[in-house]
Write a protein that binds this ligand. Structure first.
Ligand code: TRP
Length: 373
């Protein structure tokens, strides 16, 4: 199958080396990891394990940082359904960056985007998911004093006057080519990239001085910024730096990414322990062999095994334990059923904690939503 990566569709087997070339981004190499480590003292497992694999302008960002020009973070969420474990890697890493660099985070909820791009969804439904998703984001532990939520339609008086400045400098032919839009695309969708571009300048605009911006994202979001990048300097701002992650594979296999439209393809943060157990046991694609005998003789393949990949992404942060699991699985000592029950346990411990914090988050939403002065 042909592979495809756009902000709205990821299908086929993703070739990340090829993507680096196509997007014109840089590989996150050892030298740069060392540079990050100089400031953070340790490397996040997602950096060590290549989950974050590419970047734009990170060296520039650290040049500025080392001169005392601190950056802020910007990322976001399109609220069209429940948040699942495929989404949160980027945000857990973002929280780590917030803690390590003591930075502000601007977090955009693109209710306009999800309404415009999903033919079936109503704006009421998107509003409901915006609220639900905010609870999950808060539960991840961001600092309320340093984290500002922007909701596109609610913060329109702040965002829209800036969005039109981007929109005026981006041609239809550019977005058409970048995203593969057909002429039948609605005109709101064509405009949307200019809304996603804006939060990267908001702090600079509000403080009336240029502040560097770092955007952690899953690589499918890069094309928006690729389109907008040339515009930032034209409006008098820095181009934002970006750090790109790969996708957590869907339960059903290593192609594409987890999709909110297929509940069997993901573990939602609101799933019960029973649901987690059933989904993993029933749907998690296995790199194990067909028979017990064959598995014990030849061993499994962790590279295509979804359960192993989830552990590698973030559910087993301990490098030594992960290595042991990998070796035991490869040698056939560890069975698929054992690997799955290890993962189920890890997910359920994580979710129990998350769901507790999610309940508490209801009382804190107002601290996170940015107040326009
Ligand atoms: N478009 C993203 C989504 O569909 C949401 C988003 C908005 C975002 N701004 C962002 C993601 C900046 C990464 C970085 O989920």
């Amino acid at each position: 199958m042909e592979n495809k990566v756009t902000p709205w569709e990821v299908s086929g087997k993703v070739d990340y080396e090829k993507l680096i070339k196509e997007l014109g981004v840089s590989k996150l190499d050892k030298k740069l990891l060392e540079r990050i480590k100089k400031h953070t003292k340790e490397l996040h497992p997602m950096l060590k394990r290549g989950i974050f694999f590419a970047h734009r302008d990170l060296n520039w960002l650290f040049d500025e940082y080392e001169k005392g020009n601190k950056f802020f973070l910007y990322t976001g969420r399109g609220p069209s359904g429940p948040i699942h474990i495929g989404h949160i890697g980027t945000w857990m890493f973002t929280k780590w960056l917030q803690d390590k660099f003591d930075t502000e985070l601007w977090f955009q909820f693109t209710d306009d985007e999800k309404f415009l791009f999903n033919p079936k969804i109503t704006h009421k439904e998107v509003e409901k998911w915006t609220y639900e998703n905010m609870l999950d984001i808060i539960a991840l532990g961001f600092d309320p004093k340093k984290t500002h939520f922007l909701i596109d339609t609610k913060h329109a008086s702040l965002l829209y006057p800036e969005a039109i400045k981007f929109a005026k400098k981006i041609n239809y032919s550019t977005v058409k080519a970048s995203f593969g839009f057909k002429d039948s695309m609605n005109i709101g969708a064509i405009f949307y990239t200019s809304m996603q571009a804006v939060p990267a300048i908001i702090p600079s605009m509000l403080k009336n001085k240029n502040i560097p911006c770092l955007i952690p994202l899953a690589v499918d979001q890069d094309p928006h910024f690729r389109v907008a990048r040339d515009v930032y300097p034209k409006l008098g701002y820095y181009k934002p730096a970006i750090i790109h992650s790969i996708f957590l594979p869907p339960l059903t296999g290593t192609d594409g990414k987890m999709s909110s439209s297929d509940p069997n393809s993901y573990i939602a943060l609101t799933d019960t322990p029973e649901e987690v157990k059933n989904k993993i046991n029933k749907y998690a694609f296995s790199g194990g062999k067909d028979t017990l005998k064959e598995h014990k003789e030849k061993g499994g393949n962790p590279d295509i095994d979804v359960s192993f990949q989830y552990l590698r992404f973030f559910l087993e942060p301990d490098d030594k334990k992960l290595k042991k699991i990998e070796e035991d699985y490869k040698s056939g000592k560890m069975l698929t059923s054992e690997l799955k029950s290890y993962l189920i346990n890890k997910i359920n411990i994580f979710l129990a904690e998350h769901q507790k914090k999610r309940k508490l988050a209801k009382n804190h939403i107002n601290k996170f939503i940015f107040k326009i002065k």
